[in-house]
Design a protein around this ligand. Structure first.
Ligand SMILES: [Zn+2]
Length: 269
């Protein structure tokens, strides 16, 4: 799998892009605050699928609570893998990179989050923000999170989620947070699929040669090494630049100001 920071930044880029195209009737963001919230949730959700092994860095995000959760998700994933395994799928001892790395999971969690927000409103919104923004902190400020430990991450996530909720109280737009979570999970899978390991994105619905858990993967010539030079020197910086550019563009008034400035510059020539 690629590094946590790469997952989180690609989630932010996808969130910022989606925020531009998602229609307001579907809960698409209509203000700068909503765009940033949508992107932040998407960035954190892009780490969510790795909460399926207690060995991942994300599993340590919220201390013992997330560790136990990751253990549980690992068990459930393994159980589901065994239940749906095709006759040629290999035997597995752990559930990492199975259930949470599928389109099924992305759609299911997206639907579940939206349903919870519609049913419970405020507590569900704050809960979603808390979990995803905490993960986003872990991914985007990994050095800080490591130095200060999980209690600091948890406190920061709690403060951030309440502040964001107060800053962003639109109930209609909040339903789109489910979409942001699902999108983040899908982007995570895309990230894992470009490394040598691959992901069983369509499992268990599309059997192929006796396997239901076959993995999407780039040809080995094109696939990248997780944490390798390409990721650190090219992919990471490019994604970061894209995220910063899109974030600036999302600020109310900036696109108009840029268009004006370009017009003036044209007139001067
Ligand atoms: Zn993964």
């Amino acid at each position: 799998m690629v590094m946590g920071a790469t997952h989180a930044v690609s989630g932010a880029v996808a969130g910022l892009l989606a925020a531009q195209v998602l229609p307001p009737e579907w809960g698409g963001p209509t203000s700068t605050a909503e765009v940033f919230t949508f992107a932040g949730v998407c960035a954190g959700a892009a780490l969510l699928p790795d909460l399926d092994t207690a060995q991942s860095t994300v599993a340590r995000s919220f201390g013992p609570a997330s560790w136990v959760l990751a253990k549980g998700v690992d068990e459930v994933s393994l159980w589901y893998y065994r239940l749906t395994r095709g006759r040629r799928d290999p035997k597995r001892r752990g559930g990492h990179r199975t259930l949470t790395h599928t389109a099924l999971f992305a759609v299911a969690i997206s639907t579940a989050v939206s349903a919870l927000i519609v049913a419970f409103g405020q507590p569900a919104i704050i809960g979603t923000l808390f979990l995803t923004l905490g993960l986003a902190l872990r991914g985007l400020a990994g050095g800080w999170a490591k130095r200060n430990g999980w209690i600091a991450v948890t406190v920061a996530a709690a403060v951030l989620s309440v502040l964001t909720w107060r800053w962003y109280p639109d109930e209609v737009g909040s339903r789109a947070l489910g979409v942001a979570v699902g999108l983040g999970c899908a982007v995570h899978c895309l990230g894992d699929a470009i490394t040598k390991e691959g992901v069983p994105f369509l499992a268990p619905f599309v059997p192929w040669r006796g396997r239901r858990w076959w993995e999407f993967q780039l040809p080995s010539m094109l696939s990248i090494r997780a944490g390798g030079t390409f990721e650190r020197a090219i992919l990471g910086p490019l994604l970061t630049l894209a995220a910063v550019g899109l974030a600036l563009w999302a600020i109310e008034g900036v696109p108009a100001a840029v268009t004006d400035a370009l017009g003036e510059w044209q007139a001067l020539r």
